[in-house]
Design a protein around this ligand. Structure first.
Ligand code: FAD
Length: 300
């Protein structure tokens, strides 16, 4: 790194407002620095780096009856270990606990994961699946709230303008007592590689009737942005959870991968990998064994 970059460590949001107001150069926020430090070594540098890693106003997990609110600079290790959150949204804590190594999770933040918008980012399919709302403090000091798809717009691309900062993520608590959810990923080496494929699932499951009333499934790393697998959801909605459902689920996942990345070098790998991931998810969600008997059907 050569050349001068200004840096600042504001103590609160008002100080950030004062810093960015009227600043004419490029601004980067640094939270955990796990992506930014590498980016600074490889690419263009900003004129001002604002350190938000120790800002208490951005580091919290709150819940009310309808929603969970998470500060943008909350480290993933805090998310991963949050018991009340794990009880409400295991899909989110499971994703956080599978990011990188302990050292990475202690630094990496949820806001940084969104702003980096890497296709294999583990929180991305989860946040889309959960239909989160992302609050952004704009450079002009106004606050806007956007849906996930309005913020993460491409591979490494967001709609955030220069100086815009993600402040909090709000996740609605859908499906009441019937809510179940799970996350799974496949990476090169579990701890140190970005996911080659990840899956997030949220469902309204009536355990008394053994019936899936509603479901949302989102896959990451099979396109520039997380992809909602509506064709797979249709296979599960309204069904009893049994081996026949497992077989159809795996087959639908394979078909979804084929549709998403036809002809890609990774297609052959991912269409097999997604079945293992799907089986893991089912077993995680319903705490029962499903035989991979349907695999021959799914691989046909
Ligand atoms: C060895 C290693 C392993 C990794 N493994 C995984 C993995 O398994 N899964 C995974 O998903 N990721 C992984 N990552 C990537 C990284 O850790 C995550 O993307 C992390 O969540 C980024 O958060 P951060 O706080 O470190 O972001 P930073 O590096 O601080 O920032 C990243 C980008 O986001 C911007 N930014 C940060 N916070 C905000 C904000 N509040 N508002 C606006 N912009 C903001 C920064 O300006 C920068 O452009 C890994 C990284 C490394 C180095």
């Amino acid at each position: 790194m050569t050349g001068l970059v200004q840096s600042a460590t504001p103590g609160n949001l008002a100080e950030i407002g004062a810093l960015v107001d009227g600043f004419s150069g490029n601004i980067s926020y640094i939270a955990g620095g796990t992506d930014l430090v590498i980016a600074l070594e490889q690419g263009p540098r900003p004129d001002l780096i604002i350190d938000i890693s120790r800002m208490r106003a951005l580091n919290f997990i709150d819940a009310d009856v309808d929603a969970v609110h998470i500060g943008a600079a909350t480290p993933l290790s805090i998310l991963a270990e949050h018991r009340a959150l794990a009880a409400k949204l295991p899909v989110l804590t499971q994703a956080a606990e599978q990011v990188g190594s302990v050292q990475i999770r202690n630094r990496a933040t949820i806001g940084g994961n969104i702003a980096s918008a890497v296709p294999g980012g583990d929180l991305l399919p989860v946040l889309k699946c959960l239909d989160c709302r992302i609050e952004v403090l704009r450079r002009d000091k106004t606050t806007i709230t956007r849906a996930f798809d309005e913020v993460v717009t491409g591979s490494g691309e967001t709609s955030l303008g220069n100086g815009d900062m993600i402040t909090r993520i709000t996740i609605p608590l859908r499906f009441g007592a019937n809510r179940i959810s799970a996350f799974g990923k496949i990476g090169r080496r579990r701890e140190l590689a970005i996911a080659r494929l990840n899956l997030a699932l949220l469902a309204d499951y009536d355990s008394t009737a053994n019936r899936i009333n509603d479901v949302r499934i989102v896959a990451g790393a099979i396109g520039p942005v997380p992809l909602r697998l509506r064709s797979v959801e249709r296979q599960l909605r309204g069904r009893a959870v049994d081996q026949a459902l497992a077989d159809d689920f795996l087959q639908a996942l394979t078909a979804a991968v084929d549709t998403a990345i036809p002809g890609r070098i990774s297609q052959a790998y991912k269409r097999h990998a997604v079945m293992g991931l799907g089986l893991d998810l089912l077993q995680n969600l319903f705490a029962r064994e499903f035989t991979p008997a349907g695999w021959s059907k799914a691989q046909a």
